[in-house]
Design a protein around this ligand. Sequence first.
Ligand code: SF4
Ligand code: SF4
Length: 60
Amino acid sequence: MAYKIDPAKCIACHTCMGACPVMAISVGPDGKCVIDPAKCISCGTCAAICPVAAIAPDAK
Ligand code: SF4
Ligand code: SF4
């Protein structure tokens, strides 16, 4: 399981990037952040810090 960013909610503030302990978050081609599910350890830090609640556990 990994966390996922909803691009419809993300405002591209990039706050989550600096908060991830394993650097699983990068900036995508549209400027919004994306999480690499292969690196994410599902700690939840990014979800807690996102100002618009755009990050949640991926249901898949
Ligand atoms: S903290 Fe939230 S709004 Fe900001 S870049 Fe990350 S997902 Fe997007
Ligand atoms: S849940 Fe934790 S490990 Fe996964 S992207 Fe967010 S901060 Fe990084």
